[in-house]
Design a protein around this ligand. Structure first.
Ligand SMILES: C[S@@+](CC[C@H](N)C(=O)[O-])C[C@H]1O[C@@H](n2cnc3c(N)ncnc32)[C@H](O)[C@@H]1O
Length: 303
């Protein structure tokens, strides 16, 4: 098997282990050890994906926050590895416009973005599938009463536990969308809980990256898979059990999913890699960042 046989992928997950490990790499740990997975491209359903990803994020939240907490900041809103900061980008609304808004953050992790939103005078609710990620939100706190000062909700973005028209704004920085098999279901849920005219802004790995090897160096500039192959990236244990999943859609797919759920696409932001950013984050690096987009941010309005 050659390097080009490795499953390509986007890997929204933290790069604390070599992403896209080749499928021929033999599992080395005890049978069934979820941290000793092999990577394949194969189908994975909705519940299967959520179950696997909840387990993965619960097991890996500590390492994720240790590795990336400083870059993310406790109370900043960073859209992705390029470092695009909402304080400058203002994709959610102009300075001052967030005050008093009810905001849902989907796939919030340790709720860094929600903490920034609270600082802007918004009323955020931070939702995540992973209990351990939300425990980090509690640990960081800053609401001065020992907690974050806003609600944390443990739930699957595929079934939002909120009444219709509860929020003015919804957002997500790499949360949930890349991980679900049925994104149209999440978009429909977000549309349901948003008030008419509400904005929905979310980021994910730029779909183009799915066709490239997930490597930060020059090898990551070679097309190794079809951009049009929507087969999920799956990590499975020695028993074949799914322990991690990411799902790919083309840009056109995303536009159709969004408009089908009742959104208007206002902008598609492809952050350029800035000079100041020298960090390598998995497959993201200054080298690749200057040549091909790594993140796509969709700015939509519920019509
Ligand atoms: C890459 S992290 C991003 C977290 C945070 N926005 C950040 O920038 O650090 C992805 C998050 O999405 C969450 N997630 C994955 N699938 C989800 C789902 N179906 N519903 C809700 N959250 C989900 C994970 O638990 C994880 O915390």
């Amino acid at each position: 098997m050659t390097d080009s046989d490795q499953p390509s992928g986007p890997y929204s997950r933290p790069p604390h282990q070599p992403p896209g490990r080749p499928p021929h790499e033999p599992p080395g740990g005890p049978p069934g050890d979820p941290d000793d997975a092999e990577a394949v491209r194969r189908p994975a359903g909705g519940r299967e994906s959520s179950r696997a990803n909840r387990g993965w994020w619960d097991r890996n939240a500590d390492e994720y926050q240790t590795e990336h907490g400083t870059f993310l900041g406790d109370a900043r809103f960073i859209w992705g590895p390029e470092g695009l900061d909402e304080a400058e980008a203002r994709l959610l609304g102009s300075a001052g416009a967030l005050r008093g808004l009810d905001v849902l953050e989907v796939g919030a992790g340790a709720a860094q973005c929600s903490r920034w939103l609270a600082g802007q005078g918004a009323r955020p609710v931070a939702l995540d599938l992973s209990h351990r990620q939300l425990q980090h939100a509690l640990r960081i706190g800053d609401g001065q009463g020992g907690g974050p000062g806003f609600p944390l909700v443990e739930a699957d973005a595929r079934a939002l536990p909120f009444a219709d028209a509860s929020f003015d704004l919804a957002c997500s920085a790499y949360g949930a969308i890349p991980f679900v098999a049925d994104p149209e279901r999440v978009f429909a849920e977000v549309a349901r809980v948003l008030r008419p005219g509400g904005r929905w802004v979310f980021s994910l790995t730029h779909p183009l990256r799915w066709s490239l090897a997930d490597e930060p160096g020059p090898e990551g500039l070679t097309v190794v898979a079809s951009y049009f192959d929507r087969t999920p990236y799956v990590e499975q244990d020695a028993e074949g059990r799914t322990v991690y999943v990411e799902h790919h859609r083309t840009l056109g797919d995303r536009v159709r999913e969004l408009t089908g759920a009742g959104f208007r696409l206002d902008d598609l932001v492809e952050p350029e890699w800035p000079e100041w950013n020298q960090q390598v984050w998995g497959g993201w690096s200054p080298l690749r960042g200057r040549l091909v987009p790594g993140t796509a941010v969709f700015v939509c309005t519920r019509v």
